[in-house]
Design a protein around this ligand. Structure first.
Ligand SMILES: NC(=O)c1ccc[n+]([C@@H]2O[C@H](COP(=O)([O-])OP(=O)(O)OC[C@H]3O[C@@H](n4cnc5c(N)ncnc54)[C@H](OP(=O)(O)O)[C@@H]3O)[C@@H](O)[C@H]2O)c1
Length: 256
């Protein structure tokens, strides 16, 4: 297709795999993240691999604040004049993303962790979607956000799980606003996904094997597993699927 697709967190992991899936299909993709060098490298690699059939661009922005989200809105408007699909993959668990830095102790540490996870997972998604809302009010437009299995069963930290769970009512609310325009809004909730920056390369082998053993498919998830579902949710065939949280976890958790 020839759509304009914004992928936050598109430089690495699940966002990168999603960007690749859209780019292979001929869409023009804009990768957004905080690290310009990572975004550029990904764009160059995907291009060199022949995965880019439409076009690929990069834009460095921190989406935890309104300035970053507004910059993406302004730049996308100027470069493309439209946005067809938003994939909100930016986020992470501050426990793993802090690069081994010791958080403050006591209640100050609790406040830091909850605030950081909220900013990283809720504000990055909500501010960008809100900044783009006027462009997304049209038939065929799609929003797909990244939740997590943690939203259903907790995982690692309460603050990360709660921040992902907070996206669910936002998905319902935004689906209600965009639905009358012919646009859909959904989230995907993966279980453990390998080969991303999420755990900072610090996943012990025993933990990895334990997570694989929780599935009925006998394996952990890949970024491509998630990208395919994101791509399908953004397809014309998924026009009647909206306000849903789609779980991708190999049966590690059934139903809702
Ligand atoms: N891997 C899993 O097992 C798993 C399971 C369930 C859900 N998820 C969710 O899936 C999404 C993608 O995670 P991943 O596993 O692919 O990990 P990842 O490789 O670390 O991807 C996260 C991306 O988000 C970007 N990002 C983080 N904070 C940002 C900010 N404030 N502004 C702009 N971009 C920001 C990062 O780039 P910069 O650092 O350059 O900004 C990075 O490219 C996350 O929302 C994560 O919570 C992951």
């Amino acid at each position: 297709m020839d759509r304009v697709v914004i992928v936050s967190g598109g430089g690495t992991g699940i966002g990168r795999a999603a960007a690749r899936r859209f780019a292979e299909d001929g869409d023009r993709v804009l990768l957004v993240g905080r690290r310009e060098a990572v975004l550029r490298q990904t764009a160059e690699e995907l291009t060199a691999e022949g995965a880019v059939r439409g076009g690929i661009g990069t834009l460095a922005a921190d989406l935890t604040g309104p300035e970053g989200a507004q910059r993406v809105r302004d730049e996308a408007g100027a470069r493309y004049g439209r946005v067809d699909v938003l994939v909100g993959s930016a986020g992470g668990n501050v426990k793993y993303a802090s690069g081994g830095k010791e958080p403050p102790g006591g209640l100050a540490g609790v406040a830091w962790q909850w605030r950081s996870d909220f900013e990283s997972n809720v504000l990055t998604a909500v501010l960008l979607a809100e900044a783009l809302t006027d462009l997304l009010q049209a038939p065929g437009r799609r929003v797909v956000l990244l939740s997590s299995i943690a939203a259903y069963r907790g995982s690692g930290t309460g603050s990360y799980a709660a921040s992902k769970a907070a996206l669910h009512p936002y998905v319902y609310e935004l689906a209600g606003r965009l639905g009358p325009h012919g646009a859909t809004v959904n989230a995907v909730a993966p279980g453990f996904v390998e080969a991303t920056g999420f755990f900072g390369g610090r996943m012990p082998q025993e933990r990895r094997e334990a997570l694989a053993a929780q599935t009925v498919t006998g394996r952990t998830g890949t970024p491509e597993d998630v990208a395919e579902t994101v791509f399908w949710l953004a397809s014309p065939g998924a026009a009647q699927v909206t306000g849903q949280i789609v779980q991708i976890n190999g049966g590690a958790r059934y139903g809702n």
